[in-house]
Design a protein around this ligand. Structure first.
Ligand code: MSP
Length: 648
């Protein structure tokens, strides 16, 4: 059976700005998807590049007093040099100044012109230099372009026009008949809504007298090609259109990835251009939201532009890649902050995954001299196997649908299950009992196997970490079982007798204290004199005390609140189910709380914490751990006491 082909592209980035977080995000997503498709067994091609023509570039070069050619070479190199830092593994980096691209643009223009879909006309319109296009009245807000906040210039010119309106109905039909053509659905709806009004034709030329940095029209040398008409065609050039074998091979699997800012050119101009050129439409358009920084728009003028090289230096490529994919729900906007990336690094990576890896590997070392033991065939441990199978099937579906945050959530559910498996089986106790050696070996094998599956699934997201895990597990990264989900995605493929090797921790914890700029504020307490009587605070009457509804509550679910370092959301039975938000995150992992019976103040006035209504308070005691950090210890009640029991 021939392999499914996938051709994934990023937008080609304008070279009027240096690479930043937004470009890095799109490119990381495309790289992860490309690697995921390879894991799924597809034949994959991945393209990124730079968009180098048009007004904006001429302006940027002029500001630096250099020729456009010199300017674009410099910035394109910056993009090219950035991607290896993030482990981006593309097949082609295309530049719109590449010779083959210029030839393909001319070829398409000539084809569409010969087909009668390009005509010459005089046009007056409102031109926005930022957008590099004419805007229509209903796109303006208070007479200004809503993206660039400047009033467009009224321009009258003779130009060439593409008969886009002719293809309006054909495009509507295509979108209706192919629900996945534009996803997520909100963007599909946005495009259909735009198409519910009559579509204008598209001005596709600029007089060379006004702008000569562009591709000359093959049928009129006095004009250059409009930058969008030129740029979109990169997706065809990169696979050898029109003749190339690669075009035949990959085009039917073309999936474009963009952010919401360039939806219209990709969902309207591009498919109608393809229709006019007689080229089949691309398969899918995936649209993501925008990253803001600390809740505000990222912009040069605000000085909050985040550079990928800095991110890699501060957090490492893998932690950044994981953060991007886990934190943003694909399609929606998200907010970037150092606190958020540090929280994800410490909780998900260092704590959950890192600890699972280091505990498991060091127990195999301690109890089996670093040799993976053989499991007892009769001893199946079905729960863990089922959890692994569930993870793989959920991961495959979500990653394939660009729901990366959900794909990773499924993986972390399994990480949690494996950590609980250690707690439940207590290998350290099994090791003390000679009669339980077989059981100990089964448990350790199962942990090794869980880690192998995790390394396999994490390859697309965190390539370096996956390699390190494989090395630690003694598995050759080229081995067949680590290549595809089909070959390696079933339980029990780790080979007993494999020698593990020491690779150290997967992720260092990032010390939040060293992350904050400026000195840390230390709360001031009044000094106590040795003779002061112990303070007990204001006294309350017995009747007042009786007002407090203290009850036993059983925790049935716990999860981190994504935007908070401290808070966990608990579902408790007391005896009715209620939600309590509690500051336990620095002291407990959610999975360690489930099943515990604790004491709550049940009649505390409900209050919203980080947007979640908290109906009560869990009682805790403060303590200092071995390293002198403040921690909270839950006040727990033995299991047999029923949930809802009142404290007398
Ligand atoms: N050159 C055009 C694209 C032509 S594609 C045929 C262009 N370039 S751009 O440099 O402005 O890049 C826009 C793209 O960069 C967005 O679609 C998105 O992929 C990425 N991002 C830029 N800023 C972003 C955020 N703040 N957040 C997320 N991604 C954003 O438009």
């Amino acid at each position: 059976m021939s392999k499914k082909t996938t051709y994934i592209t990023t937008p080609i980035y304008y070279v009027n700005a240096q690479p930043h977080l937004g470009h890095a995000y799109s490119t990381v997503v495309a790289d992860t998807y490309s690697r995921f498709c390879k894991l799924r067994g597809d034949d994959v091609r991945f393209q990124t590049g730079t968009d180098e023509h048009g007004d904006k570039i001429v302006e940027a070069a002029a500001q630096e007093n250099i020729e456009p050619r010199q300017y674009v070479d410099r910035i394109a190199t910056m993009f090219k040099d950035t991607w290896p830092l993030l482990d981006i593994d593309y097949d082609r980096f295309i530049r719109t100044t590449d010779e083959d691209h210029v030839a393909v643009v001319k070829h398409i223009l000539q084809t569409v012109y010969d087909g009668g879909d390009i005509y010459f006309d005089e046009y007056s319109g409102l031109y926005c230099t930022g957008c590099e296009r004419f805007l229509i009245e209903r796109e303006l807000v208070d007479g200004k372009c809503s993206d660039h906040l400047v009033a467009p210039k009224e321009i009258t010119e003779q130009n060439y026009f593409f008969r886009m309106s002719k293809y309006q109905q054909q495009l509507i039909d295509h979108i209706r008949n192919n629900p996945d053509f534009v996803t997520p659905e909100r963007y599909r709806n946005e495009v259909l809504s735009f198409l519910s009004d009559p579509l204008d034709d598209l001005c596709i030329s600029r007089p060379a007298s006004r702008l000569n940095w562009g591709i000359r029209l093959p049928f009129d040398g006095n004009y250059v090609t409009y930058v969008w008409f030129d740029a979109l065609i990169n997706y065809l050039t990169g696979i050898g259109f029109p003749e190339g074998e690669q075009f035949e091979h990959y085009w039917s699997g073309a999936e474009h990835l963009i952010a919401k800012d360039i939806l219209k050119p990709h969902a309207i101009y591009w498919p109608t251009m393809l229709m006019a050129a007689g080229v089949p439409l691309y398969k899918k358009l995936h649209v993501h939201g925008y990253w803001n920084v600390d809740e505000t728009k990222m912009s040069k003028s605000l000085g909050n532009v985040i550079k990928p090289a800095q991110l890699v230096q501060d957090y490492g490529a893998d932690a950044f890649r994981y953060f991007c994919l886990r934190e943003m729900s694909f399609g929606l906007d998200a907010s970037f902050s150092s606190a958020a990336i540090v929280a994800r690094n410490n909780a998900d990576l260092a704590n959950d995954l890192g600890n699972l890896f280091s505990r498991s590997v060091s127990m195999i070392d301690k109890y089996c001299q670093s040799i993976l033991p053989a499991p007892d065939k009769a001893d199946q441990d079905n729960d863990l196997r089922h959890a692994a199978a569930e993870m793989i099937s959920a991961y495959r579906i979500h990653m394939g649908e660009f729901k990366f945050h959900q794909g990773l959530q499924s993986v972390w559910e399994f990480v949690g299950a494996a950590n609980r498996y250690i707690v439940r089986n207590e290998p350290w106790s099994l090791a003390k009992d000679e009669n339980k050696t077989a059981r100990l070996q089964t448990v350790l094998y199962n942990l090794g196997e869980s880690l192998r599956l995790l390394a396999l699934l994490l390859k697309p997201v965190m390539p370096q970490t996956a390699l390190k895990m494989m090395k630690g597990l003694g598995i050759d990264s080229g081995s067949v079982v680590m290549q595809t989900l089909e070959q390696g995605g079933s339980w029990g493929l780790s080979v007993p007798g494999t020698k593990l090797s020491k690779v150290g921790n997967l992720f260092p914890r990032i010390d939040t204290k060293t992350q904050t700029k400026g000195p840390k504020k230390v709360p001031q307490h009044p000094k106590k004199s040795k003779t002061d009587p112990p303070k007990t605070g204001p006294q309350i009457s017995f009747d007042q005390f009786k007002e407090i509804d203290l009850r036993v509550a059983k925790i049935v679910a716990a999860e981190a609140l994504p935007k908070s370092k401290k808070l966990l959301k608990l579902s408790v039975l007391a005896p009715e189910e209620r939600t309590i938000v509690s500051g336990l995150a620095g002291s407990y992992r959610p999975e360690d709380l489930v099943g515990q019976s604790v004491i709550i103040v049940a009649n505390l006035k409900a209050a919203k914490l980080m947007g979640v209504l908290s109906e009560g308070m869990v009682l805790t005691a403060e303590l200092k751990d071995d390293e002198g950090n403040d921690r909270l210890a839950l006040v727990t009640v033995p299991g047999p006491v029923k949930a809802g029991t009142k404290l007398a």
